[in-house]
Design a protein around this ligand. Structure first.
Ligand code: ATP
Ligand code: MG
Ligand code: MG
Ligand code: MG
Length: 359
């Protein structure tokens, strides 16, 4: 029979609605001649529901994002836990449907999805899944450790400070970092909880905003006059070297001063693929994206985000192990421009996971 693919979306993180939108696109494009698809939603409370997978219900309408709610489907137990003790609140009939899934697509962004937690659960269940494993997911989700591991491999970040729970920015760090600052939750995505600070008087409020998402906060010196470039990486087919897509330069809608949530999803940016940069810079970006992927032990896919300075120095900003995945998102668009259309990209990711089986 066809491989049975559980597409899992929604989830407990602040990026719940973004994940739902990614799932809407994947569910409408996935090749159903090749795969049998089981659409599994997770509510914000963490309840798993077997949905009807209607892509129409998983789209942005006007400026409103979709939500996975309990009404969206039946509750199911996890395959690893048919008794429903660990996670599922209701070990309903759907358990049987998940018991013999062949592969999982954890199409989840942020905490409890992109951070190694569901990956650990799937490892324990012996289920292959698309994307990075436990350690790489956790290390890329946590911007403190992403920076430290990249620096150890010769890819240093710009100046930053880490504020652990309860800490505030020291005077020495404030002086070292200057203004403007970017204040962000260490573990988050889709720009949630991030502020740009131009006046130190606004710093405590920005730290509080970030702490609503994560107790640990990063304060970074703002790169100024930089261009933002992203690059997609795929695990090599059959265990080969990772491959980089053509990069994209993100031209943010001028109503936004930086790439915030609305600029990402509501006032979609123009993407220049490949960017108007000298060839050697484009090649440096692609090579660095692959180095970063390998340095963090990534698997499956990743989107590496860069800043390119006016002097054409290339800095890695961060790595996303489950990047935004709507057909209009940067990752699929970069691969389409590189010759891999969206449905084929989805198939390749799933086949890679099936081929890997267990790590
Ligand atoms: P993603 O949706 O890509 O996962 P994220 O929430 O992980 O985003 P970042 O990519 O680190 O967050 O930052 C979001 C945006 O904020 C960047 O694309 C950029 O526009 C701006 N930004 C973040 N850090 C800096 C910085 N140090 N200097 C200048 N701009 C920055
Ligand atoms: Mg990110
Ligand atoms: Mg992200
Ligand atoms: Mg980013």
């Amino acid at each position: 029979r066809k491989p049975r693919v559980a597409v899992v979306f929604g989830g407990r993180s602040t990026e719940h609605p973004i994940s739902a939108v990614s799932a809407g696109s994947v569910l409408s494009a996935i090749d159903r001649d090749e795969f049998e698809v089981i659409p599994v939603g997770i509510t914000r409370e963490g309840r798993w529901v077997l949905t009807d997978g209607d892509p129409g219900a998983l789209a942005i309408e006007g400026r409103r994002f979709p939500e996975i709610t309990e009404g969206a489907g039946r509750a199911v137990a996890l395959p690893a836990d048919p008794g429903g003790r660990l996670i599922a609140l209701d070990p309903a009939e759907g358990a049987a449907a998940l018991a013999d899934v062949d592969v999982v697509v954890p199409l989840l962004h942020g905490a409890y999805g992109e951070d190694g937690t569901i990956q650990g659960l799937l490892e324990m269940a012996g289920l292959p899944y698309v994307g990075a494993g436990v350690l790489a997911s956790a290390a890329c989700m946590d911007k403190e450790f992403t920076k430290k591991l990249l620096a150890a491999e010769g890819m240093p970040a710009g100046p930053y400070a880490v504020l652990r729970a309860g800490q505030s920015l020291s005077d020495a760090d404030a002086e070292r970092l200057g203004l403007p600052l970017f204040v962000k939750p260490s573990r988050a995505g889709s720009s949630m909880g991030i502020s740009r600070v131009t006046d130190l008087a606004d710093l405590p409020a920005a730290i509080a905003t970030a702490r609503e998402v994560d107790d640990k906060v990063l304060v970074e010196a703002a790169f100024q006059g930089v261009r933002e470039v992203e690059c997609g990486v795929l695990e090599g087919e059959y265990g080969g070297e990772p491959e980089a897509s053509l990069p994209a330069e993100v031209h943010i809608d001028p109503r936004h001063s930086w790439y915030d949530l609305e600029a990402k999803y509501l006032d979609a940016p123009e993407l220049d693929i490949p960017p108007a940069l000298p060839d050697h810079v484009v090649e440096e970006i692609r090579a660095t994206a692959c180095r970063a992927f390998t340095a963090l032990d990534c698997a499956g896919l990743a989107r590496v985000d860069f800043f390119v300075t006016p002097d054409l120095d290339v800095y890695v900003n961060e790595i996303n192990t489950m990047p935004g995945f709507t057909a209009a998102s940067a990752f699929p668009k970069m691969w389409a421009a590189s010759g891999l259309e969206y449905p084929k990209l989805i198939s390749r990711l799933i086949r890679t996971a099936l081929h890997r089986r267990s790590r």
